[in-house]
Design a protein around this ligand. Structure first.
Ligand code: ATP
Ligand code: MG
Length: 408
């Protein structure tokens, strides 16, 4: 779990501002849910035989009432829980988003933390492939704005019956190759054989490559959905690759799944992942309604943005006010207040000291200008404006002219 220090928060804030604007442009509205939920919610939503539920959740017993609670490992379960609880779908589909910390007890490494942050989007109540396409196209739009170009992989997981057929074939196939299975695969063979295909173990790759393909089992409706999605992507100039091995780590997906991946971040290359989960709302006790969404990892995206051409704005003060003398100090408070009222980011020197030592602090603050106020300036209601980032001479100006100058 990381501290986010002031040097870094500037980039986070710039990223968050871009994301908020982007989501508003697409008609998505923010939802904020608690960090804690009942452990049972995640077990039901994510599935018992998943990495998250088996070994990554931070759970504890609330000693006041004996309930098992968990720090949320992802945002979809909470979002769907809240939507059901507040009956948000009563008058039709909703486009929602959330952002915040998620918690998973994983082995920490670059791009993989125990507290990390996601921005997630949920389009609830919409069944068509146009919604899947919108989710993907809006991501592509954000990547352009952030100056990054992860590549898109898509797949379809089909519907319940085709998955059952595929599951039976997979079990038969892996049973016939018992000797080649690793421990995870053996454990999952009967509980969740599809997840074996998601294995990151290189020794399992050849076996997985030759396994029965879900694609061969899909029924017509799912195939039509998948090709309609591809047609919209094609029309909108979105390049993609079909990756039949993309099954996603969570149980709740059906039909469309997708990931945006990069090869610039080493092993943790997925920056955004999502898909359709039509069964989830009903599974969590709501009235059956289709759903789709995605979540992006902010830490991974910020590292990727660093490798690109767009620099997220780092904010520095416009002015640092230095002052010496009693009249100067009284005037400095008025000047600071006038600058701030004019929208200028202003640091007022506190703690006294000589002009020389104050100028050092002004420099270290990375402000664009020092505003120097001595008793002379105070008497004349003026300020001396000294550029700190270039070699232009300092000038003495009326306060209102100095403000206009700084605003320019
Ligand atoms: P992975 O295969 O990398 O473990 P996942 O399938 O568990 O990813 P999701 O649950 O789909 O990941 O989460 C969506 C996104 O959140 C990921 O694509 C990634 O960018 C980010 N993410 C997931 N887990 C972590 C983590 N522990 N630290 C940082 N980012 C993470
Ligand atoms: Mg994971």
């Amino acid at each position: 779990m990381n501290d986010c220090l002031p040097e870094t928060t500037a980039a986070w804030q710039a990223f968050e501002a871009i994301v908020r604007d982007w989501l508003r442009r697409y008609g998505y509205r923010e939802m904020r849910t608690p960090i804690l939920e009942h452990t049972g919610l995640f077990k039901r939503a994510i599935g018992e035989v998943t990495d998250i539920v088996e070994k990554e959740m931070y759970t504890f017993v609330d000693e006041l009432n004996g309930e098992s609670l968990a720090l949320r490992p992802e945002g979809t379960a909470s979002s769907v829980r809240a939507v059901i609880q507040h009956n948000l779908l009563y008058d039709g589909g909703k486009r929602l988003w959330y952002a915040g910390p998620m918690f998973r007890h994983e082995r920490p490494q670059k791009g993989r933390y125990r507290q990390f942050h996601q921005v997630g989007v949920e389009a609830l109540g919409f069944a068509g492939p146009d919604t899947d396409a919108e989710l993907i196209i809006m991501c592509a739009d954000l990547w352009r704005e952030l100056g990054i170009s992860p590549s898109l992989q898509i797949n379809t997981l089909g519907d319940h019956e085709s998955r059952q057929r595929h599951r039976a074939k997979l079990i038969a196939y892996f049973e016939a190759h018992q000797d080649a299975l690793d421990d995870d695969a053996k454990r999952r063979l009967h509980s969740n054989p599809l997840r074996i295909l998601d294995s990151k173990n290189p020794a399992m790759q050849a076996l997985n490559d030759a396994a029965p393909k879900l694609m061969d089992e899909l029924d017509e409706a799912a195939l039509a959905h998948f090709s309609a999605l591809q047609a919209i992507l094609h029309d909108n100039g979105i390049a993609y690759e079909i990756n039949p091995r993309l099954v996603r780590g969570l149980d709740y997906y059906n039909r469309t799944v997708f990931e945006w991946v990069t090869d610039q971040l080493g092993a943790q290359g997925t920056v955004c992942a999502g898909g359709r989960y039509d069964g989830l709302i009903e599974q969590l006790g709501g009235k059956s309604a289709p759903a789709a969404g995605f979540a992006m990892g902010i830490e991974r995206l910020l590292s990727l943005i660093e490798t690109g051409s767009v620099k997220l704005a780092v904010s520095v003060p416009d002015a640092y006010i230095v002052h010496a003398g009693e009249a100067a100090q009284a005037y400095a408070w008025k000047v600071a207040s006038a600058l701030r009222a004019a929208g200028l980011d202003t640091v007022l020197h506190c703690g006294g000291g000589s002009f020389k030592s104050q100028m050092k602090k002004a420099d270290a603050s990375r402000a664009r200008y020092a505003l120097i106020i001595g008793d002379d300036e105070a008497a004349a209601q003026q300020v001396t404006l000294k550029p700190l980032r270039d070699t232009v001479e300092q000038t003495r100006l009326e306060l209102n002219l100095a403000i206009e100058y700084l605003q320019r």
